[in-house]
Design a binder for this molecule. Sequence first.
Ligand SMILES: C[S@@+](CC[C@H](N)C(=O)[O-])C[C@H]1O[C@@H](n2cnc3c(N)ncnc32)[C@H](O)[C@@H]1O
Length: 233
Amino acid sequence: MTRFADAERFAGSFQRMTERAVEPFDVSETRAAYDTVAVAYEEALRDALAASPWDRAVLGAFADLVGPAAPVVDLGCGPGRITSYLAGLGLDVFGVDLSPGMVEVARRVHPGLRFEVGSMSALTLADASLAGAVAWYSIIHTPPERLRSLFGELARVLRPGGVLALAFQAGDERLRISGGYGHEVSMDAYRLQPEDVVGVLAEEELIVEARLVRQPEPSEKTPQAYLVARKAA
Ligand SMILES: C[S@@+](CC[C@H](N)C(=O)[O-])C[C@H]1O[C@@H](n2cnc3c(N)ncnc32)[C@H](O)[C@@H]1O
């Protein structure tokens, strides 16, 4: 470990401490937006995984890689559809989401599973406590300049060899979202280039083992990216 890497790691943990103390405005906006759409989002996406073979394939590979190890967290779990799918594959998994509205819906729809309110960029989990983590379309609201700090937090809670799976829309654009699921909302979302994300993950010793970019479905505007990484041993 070089002094420069040490300094960067310190800068990342300082940024996370600052975010805990003073929440960035975009985080408050994202929470409010998902609180507003939580019920409609759950209804709209309830059966989406059944029609998404690539999502199921990547989640299945993730479950195989984690194996019997535990626990696993679904970060930005929303209404818990991915948490529930992973639990069905045999994983000991719980969900964390920024939005209390989403967590309330997740608890109602999946009463046998555990869901908590929290931010994935400042988790209340011990160092090296997780066998795996999934962030399914939930890093998309973090400004790209804060991804390094976010991945530093995920690297902190994953144990060496722990597995991380990400899904996100591929591209370069920053989008201002003013409505969705029948509601008016205000929040930002970012499309990301998979190679850029691979590079930022590597800076936090999260080494990508597999990457997949698929063409958009008719209902989608951009290719969809999936990355599976491991925390360096
Ligand atoms: C597009 S939804 C995806 C939900 C779920 N993963 C799924 O695939 O249905 C994005 C979710 O990420 C959550 N989220 C965004 N930023 C977050 C953060 N920093 N920490 C925790 N959750 C976050 C939002 O509240 C929202 O529920």
